[in-house]
Ligand binder design. Sequence first.
Ligand code: AKG
Length: 314
Amino acid sequence: MHRRKTQFAQRVNRYATALERRGIRATYALHDKLLSNHAARRKLSQDIPTLDPLQQRLVESLRTEGYAVISFSELFPDPTTWQALDDESGRFVEDSAEGLALEQAGLESGLRRTGKEFVVRRNAYGATVRADDAWLSVCTDRRLLDLVNSYLGLWSKLEYLDMWYTAPHGDDAERRGSQRWHRDYDDRYLLKVFVYLVDVDEQTGPFQYVPGSQPGGRYDHLLPWRPMSESYPPDEEVISELEAAAKTLTGPKGTMFLCNTSGFHRGGYVTQTPRVLATATYCSPASLASLTERNFSLEDGAKAFDAPVEYALG
Ligand SMILES: O=C(O)CCC(=O)C(=O)O
């Protein structure tokens, strides 16, 4: 999950926080039912994308299971697309490794870690992204965006764009934050995309997901999603049930998966070699109006985009 607490939220007392939470939920419901999501659904229905069999298969899997796995090159067969992403990853890995070495020597590294201390983020919050950024180009490509919008049933917003480097912490560390089972409370209409930029096995902190825990799925009833709900299940019995049903997404470099993370998931418990991935979040406009905050802005002078892309970035 990515919502950053506002300065206001950090200052208020318990009573005010409960009030704020109620206000946020009301704003979300209003935008979902009447305002921005309504308009975004109409936009999709007026211009329904034609999906090829591969895109259809991914949407179908998202609807039934809440996630879908593919290799990056299946969806983006042009090798230059992968090359550009891999080159950016190489630069990010170099910077991260250098920064971590400085930290180990007790020096200031400038690494970005907002939210999860165990993850180094390329962008974190407040980043300016170049219009020709390789990961932005992938996430705004109509091949991906059309299937995302078809699954979500509306013109979505691209809310988060990043690369993560997670260094190993050994075998005995306690699971923290998103390494524990949780639902993201940011939105019901939520879709995250991940691309592994290194081989990921059991020791590299693979992402895990409970198929069917997405809205409308067979595990929807387990601690059901609601805006700003408590996202970590406290009950050991529930956790065992989740564990028994979970899928572990290991895979070689270039493995790509899409996932509705308002369903139960966890990952990033890295015990041996660093995990590097690219990640992006698409959400509904109602979420951006109430529950989430975009982590990037586009550099000035960005190229002209077509309408659904313009909307996703607006
Ligand atoms: O790092 C992971 O694999 C989990 C990520 C996560 O929980 C999230 O993006 O919501």
